[in-house]
Design a binder for this molecule. Structure first.
Ligand code: DUC
Ligand code: ZN
Ligand code: ZN
Length: 492
């Protein structure tokens, strides 16, 4: 008798953002086709008795093989980055196709497809980074690309080579509203950072801790509030990325309380690190320069509170991989460069899921459903990949993690599969790690080594997300929008 399923994950404790079910999960053709207490024969069985099974992670903010303007080179390409992600339980990534100023958006997207082609072990989509919203981009390229499966993009309020001014941000948000796209924003005030950086360098504060001093919380709070005001003005959803502390969180909660459609993302670096990692004797000072910077202990606790009280929708890694050794990474500008000449970013694709499982769920702060929502489901929904990705359900891709939650160990960089020569979480005690990661029903991590061929990962075309659909609102509060658009937004 031929087997009904290619694979059955037996006796799973299957967790979604909504439920916990004890069941077998039947897989055929890479998709989940049945879930029941007892399923029939399969060509292959995985016994998950006593194990949690969650949807594979969706890491919706990571940077791979992104060209840099300072001569540095990212350590991970689509091969090492996706291998590392899979070994840590992530089965979908959404890195960025970054438009350089002067470049067409289409050229940026084509370039990133070439970078990913033949290399990815797991599935991937792209957010665009819009750094040059010319009339051609606004009138032609961006609407066309949104409709073609690139339904989200990131805007920057800082970084000279990427930042938009307020007028440009408003123009792009108006387009996002019209087209039903999801906008992400990096909220830090560029002029404040430039001024503080100049003064700190003049005062001899070029060491890594100067990075944190040049970007205090007020810099992020102000930009967060400004971005929220633009979203309110245009009645368009907006996701604030990598939120680092209390004052930005307060702005977000204030906005959410007013019914402004603000979504928020945070990252493990704001849950597990403080600015102490940038202090003089910290071994990884240069390695932990990222923006926004990790903050103090009270802010770290505030970020945990924000996860617990529902302010945050997404936990992503913001993986931005640069090596400490050599002259193409953190030290591209020399052995002891001032903080403003160090490429920003820390690695985290592989550690994101286990850090939250250990530090969030096993510590009793978060329930399992919230863990799944934060690491997988919400990102899939916000970026138009749900329910293909982000859940365990009949019809979904069989992207699954079978967890080992029963062993205590200490994280070391030697365990990891990225091409970076450090982890900011060296020495972190953990009690959980994926025992098996499945991508479309294929084992890509067996608990000991990555499995599967580079290039098996597929590009994911994003639908325009439900969360970005226009809202019907009483006219009085948005009278200006009605006046300038002739009523509700249309999208084709
Ligand atoms: N901050 C970003 O905004 N992007 C990449 C890395 C970082 O630290
Ligand atoms: Zn950013
Ligand atoms: Zn980033």
């Amino acid at each position: 008798m031929s087997a009904e399923y290619d694979l059955a994950v037996r006796n799973a404790t299957a967790v979604t953002a909504a439920d916990v079910q004890h069941c077998d999960i039947g897989v055929r053709g890479g998709r989940i086709v049945a879930m029941a207490e007892r399923l029939g024969a399969a060509s292959r069985d995985i016994d998950a008795a006593g194990r949690l099974v969650t949807p594979g992670g969706v890491d919706s903010h990571c940077h791979l093989d992104q060209p840099m303007s300072d001569g540095s080179v990212m350590a991970d390409d689509f091969r090492s980055g996706t291998v590392s992600a899979a070994c840590g339980g992530t089965t979908t990534i959404i890195p960025f196709a970054c438009q350089a100023k002067g470049q067409s958006l289409q050229a940026a997207v084509d370039d990133y497809h070439r970078r990913a082609e033949g290399k990815a072990l797991i599935d991937y989509g792209f957010h665009m980074i819009v750094s040059d919203p010319t009339p051609a981009v606004l009138n032609d390229e961006l609407p066309r690309l949104i409709r073609a499966g690139y339904a989200s993009f990131k805007l920057y309020m800082t970084y000279d080579d990427l930042k938009l001014n307020d007028r440009q941000i408003i123009e792009v948000l108006a387009l996002a509203r019209r087209e039903g796209a999801m906008t992400m924003i990096h909220a830090e005030n560029a002029d404040c950072i430039a001024w503080l950086t100049e003064r700190l360098l003049a005062a001899g504060m070029g060491a890594p801790i100067g990075h944190a001093l040049s970007r205090p919380m007020a810099v992020e709070r102000e930009a967060t509030h400004r971005a929220i005001s633009f979203a309110e003005l245009l009645d368009v959803p907006l996701l604030i990325v990598h939120v680092s502390g209390r004052e930005a969180i307060e702005q977000i909660r204030w906005a959410q309380g007013r019914g402004i459609r603000i979504y928020a993302e945070t990252c493990p670096q704001y849950l597990f690190l403080t600015e102490a990692v940038l202090e003089k004797d910290a071994p990884l000072g240069y390695g932990c320069i990222c923006s926004p910077p990790p903050r103090d202990e009270a802010n770290r606790q505030a970020v945990w509170d924000g996860l617990e009280n529902g302010t945050f929708h997404v936990l992503s890694s913001d993986h931005a991989p640069f090596r400490l050794a050599g002259d193409k990474g953190k030290h591209v500008a020399g052995e002891k460069p001032s903080f403003d000449r160090v490429p920003n970013g820390i690695p985290g694709l592989e550690t994101r899921m286990a850090l939250l499982m250990s530090g969030g769920v096993q510590s009793g702060r978060l329930d399992l459903n919230t863990f799944v929502a934060l690491t997988s489901t919400n990102a899939a929904k916000l970026y138009g990949l749900y329910p293909k990705k982000g859940t365990i359900a009949v019809g979904a891709d069989a992207d699954l993690v079978v967890w080992d939650t029963g062993r205590a160990f200490t994280l070391t960089n030697a365990m990891l599969h990225h091409n970076v020569d450090y982890t900011p979480y060296e020495g972190q005690p953990l009690n959980a790690w994926p025992a098996i990661t499945l991508s479309r029903g294929e084992v890509v991590w067996d608990g000991e080594s990555p499995q599967g061929a580079a290039g098996r990962g597929e590009f994911l075309r994003a639908e325009r997300p439900v969360t970005a659909q226009p809202k019907q609102r009483p006219g009085a509060t948005r009278r200006w929008l009605e006046a300038i658009s002739g009523g509700q937004p249309q999208h084709g």
